[in-house]
Write a protein that binds this ligand. Structure first.
Ligand SMILES: C[S@@+](CC[C@H](N)C(=O)[O-])C[C@H]1O[C@@H](n2cnc3c(N)ncnc32)[C@H](O)[C@@H]1O
Length: 287
């Protein structure tokens, strides 16, 4: 039987997780300079783009500590574009995350571009293309891809010959051919979600499903330090992996329990532990 731990607390310190005890990280942080996360970053005291990435880097550092040698971290992030003092400006979040992770010691592996089918084209960073959008040269390419960055700690993971759990975790040729390619076009993306899931920018289950099948084996431990609504935990449970998730926003616990089919009150279930650190920092999202 697998085990699952949910910590309501700040993943900049993952003191509940031992060094080199996690095999895979699958996560999506708040995106710096994307409007929907402005109030979050200001509440945790980050005023500039640099400070927002310093905040995220503290979590990447903890991920590095808890990963086993050969463990993989998959980070879903999108770039941001906005007009500052009347000037269009791009914030290449994916590049900043790569820089920070490499400085920490991670090795960058080939990444995935997640093409968003529903994002509308923009003109000068605003709205959809208007009539003038047909005239060169002042329109911009639409940011309609997100990144799934893939990092490894140290060299390849080693297994004993014909390791039975590894073999039981294999993927089919068809799965391999469609997953190990750079462009993914997963539907069921955030735009179709409602309520809390939309506010927390949940990813569709197909994203952690593929990443967990690609980069871990049955019985491994998967960590999501930005758990949101609990999507990674839900998928890890269904795939025979153990899991640990951190979420700073206590108000998401109800949604997490619902998504995982846990009891609302009392003990959540035999193989699930919920730790609420009761930190002041675990703020409540504003309605
Ligand atoms: C993009 S959402 C994750 C959505 C998630 N993938 C899902 O499917 O629901 C990022 C989450 O990280 C949480 N968060 C931000 N900083 C955190 C921290 N230091 N520790 C734990 N959680 C954090 C936010 O409250 C937010 O719910």
């Amino acid at each position: 039987m697998t085990w699952h731990k949910i910590v309501i607390g700040d993943s900049r310190s993952m003191r509940e997780v031992g060094d080199e005890s996690v095999h895979l990280v699958v996560t999506s942080p708040p995106y710096p300079m994307i409007e929907m996360w402005d109030s979050f970053f200001s509440r945790v005291g980050c005023r500039s783009y640099d400070e927002m990435h310093e905040y995220l880097a503290e979590v990447w550092r903890e991920c590095y500590r808890v990963l086993v040698n050969g463990g993989i971290a998959c980070i879903n992030i999108g770039d941001a574009a906005r007009t500052v003092d009347g000037e269009f400006k791009i914030y290449p979040n994916h590049a900043r995350v790569i820089e920070h992770c490499e400085r920490i010691g991670f090795k960058t592996l080939p990444y995935i571009l997640w093409k968003k089918p529903t994002t509308k084209p923009k003109y000068k960073g605003k709205g959809v293309f208007l009539g003038s959008g047909f005239l060169p040269p002042n329109a911009y390419v639409t940011l309609d891809c997100e990144f799934i960055l893939v990092f490894r700690k140290d060299g390849l993971r080693r297994f004993k010959p014909r390791d039975s759990l590894r073999y039981a975790s294999s993927f089919t040729k068809q799965e391999r051919d469609s997953w190990f390619t750079q462009i993914w076009r997963d539907a069921g993306a955030r735009q179709s979600l409602r309520g809390v899931e939309r506010r927390a920018a949940a990813f569709p289950e197909s994203i952690p499903y593929k990443l967990i099948r690609m980069f871990s084996i049955i019985g491994d431990t998967v960590l999501d330090p930005f758990l949101g609504t609990g999507t990674t935990t839900k998928v890890a449970m269904s795939l025979g992996r153990n899991s640990i998730g951190y979420e700073i926003d206590r108000s998401l616990l109800k949604t997490i329990k619902k998504k995982l089919g846990l009891r609302r009150f009392g003990p959540p279930g035999p193989n699930v532990e919920i730790i609420d650190r009761g930190e002041e920092a675990a703020f409540q999202r504003q309605p």
